[in-house]
Design a protein around this ligand. Structure first.
Ligand SMILES: NC(=O)c1ccc[n+]([C@@H]2O[C@H](COP(=O)([O-])OP(=O)(O)OC[C@H]3O[C@@H](n4cnc5c(N)ncnc54)[C@H](OP(=O)(O)O)[C@@H]3O)[C@@H](O)[C@H]2O)c1
Length: 322
């Protein structure tokens, strides 16, 4: 396996006191590791968690002289919950220097969000889409600020077949449900949205990135194989398979949040290494790298995704143009 990409240690020396971040899905995996590092550097991190008790449990120890984690309820499965989260956030904070759209679900059984969207498209893309759009004014007022959209190598596709985004049937109403295709579609939407948003925000001081965090030993694969199989049988294979720790899985997002040069690459895709890139040349990953999926660079598809997503979440299409 190629080596894990790690942040320049100098980035972790930066003083983040007075800075405010939101990390979604902050109770687990790369989310908790991202939150820990930002708090260590003095930031206030709003840990946006579906299960508040799990968020409290995971972040209780995260407090120092300058920094702290604050748990707030956010269920991306519900547009009402996203709207309530933003109201609660705004009532407490005037600024937002970084938004990390980290939460996610993978290969879920066929299902619908509270608003009737296919679960993975709804949680991974639409919930974060609404969250980001509702926070744009605060991000702009706090510039320089950054948005990191956690995607996956899966957005590129598998076994040499590019993932697709079917905006005529995003919820699998007219085709049979395929959990992997639905995950890949949702993560492709995330990369396309990040690139489109970066263009809309040019000149505002808000930069936007998408990432593949690496193949992390986390709870994400719970719908793919039982956790005990992962934690007991698979553990000896972790090294050879190149599975990352939570801390390693947070590096790409932290690089995008903290690197001085990153804003010059707003809109681009940053990736850890992955055996899943069908083109061997891409396997070492890169900060940033060109996505192997040509759909990422389809501007008409991106415009349509913006329009369709805005309609689905009940935003005035006009008002979601930055
Ligand atoms: N693990 C990998 O190998 C890998 C590879 C590529 C990309 N990624 C991406 O990396 C991100 C983090 O994954 P991870 O590996 O750290 O997984 P994880 O440990 O399963 O963490 C996922 C987080 O998302 C939260 N979440 C799930 N549904 C939610 C909802 N409806 N509303 C709000 N939060 C919700 C989870 O909350 P609960 O604990 O309450 O469920 C958890 O905090 C995901 O976007 C994933 O797609 C991971």
């Amino acid at each position: 396996m190629p080596r894990t990409l790690m942040c320049d240690p100098a980035l972790f020396e930066k003083d983040l006191s007075g800075k405010v971040y939101i990390v979604t899905g902050a109770n687990s995996g790369s989310g908790i590791a991202t939150t820990e590092q930002l708090v260590r550097q003095g930031a206030t991190v709003v840990a946006a968690c579906r299960r508040v008790d799990a968020g409290e449990e995971a972040t209780r120890h995260l407090v120092n002289e300058q920094g702290r984690a604050e748990v707030m309820a956010l269920d991306l499965d519900s547009l009402q919950s996203v709207r309530s989260f933003v109201e609660t956030f705004r009532a407490k904070h005037d600024s937002l220097h970084g938004l990390v759209n980290n939460a996610g679900v993978m290969n879920t059984p066929e299902g619908r969000t509270k608003d009737g969207f296919e679960t993975q498209f709804g949680v991974n893309h639409l919930g974060h889409f609404l969250l980001t759009e509702l926070l744009l004014d605060t991000l702009k007022a706090s510039a320089p600020s950054r948005v990191v959209c956690v995607s996956s190598v899966a957005h590129a596709g598998m076994r040499g077949v590019h993932a697709t985004l079917d905006l005529d049937d995003p919820h699998f109403d007219q085709r049979s449900y395929d959990a992997t295709a639905a995950y890949n579609q949702s993560k492709l939407a995330v990369v396309i949205y990040a690139r489109h948003l970066a263009k809309r925000l040019e000149g505002t001081g808000v930069s936007v990135f998408s990432t593949h965090p690496g193949w992390i030993r986390s709870n994400l694969a719970k719908h793919t194989m039982p956790l005990w199989v992962q934690n007991v049988l698979m553990r000896p294979l972790s090294g050879p398979l190149g599975l990352l720790s939570y801390e390693e899985g947070a590096q790409t997002q932290l690089h995008c949040l903290l690197d001085d040069d990153a804003p010059a690459h707003s809109g681009e895709y940053y990736s850890q290494n992955s055996v899943l890139y069908s083109d061997k040349a891409n396997r070492p990953g890169g900060w940033p790298m060109k996505s192997p999926n040509p759909h990422v660079y389809d501007d008409q598809l991106a415009d349509r995704l913006q329009e369709v997503s805005a309609k689905m979440v009940g935003l005035d299409v006009g008002s979601s143009s930055a």
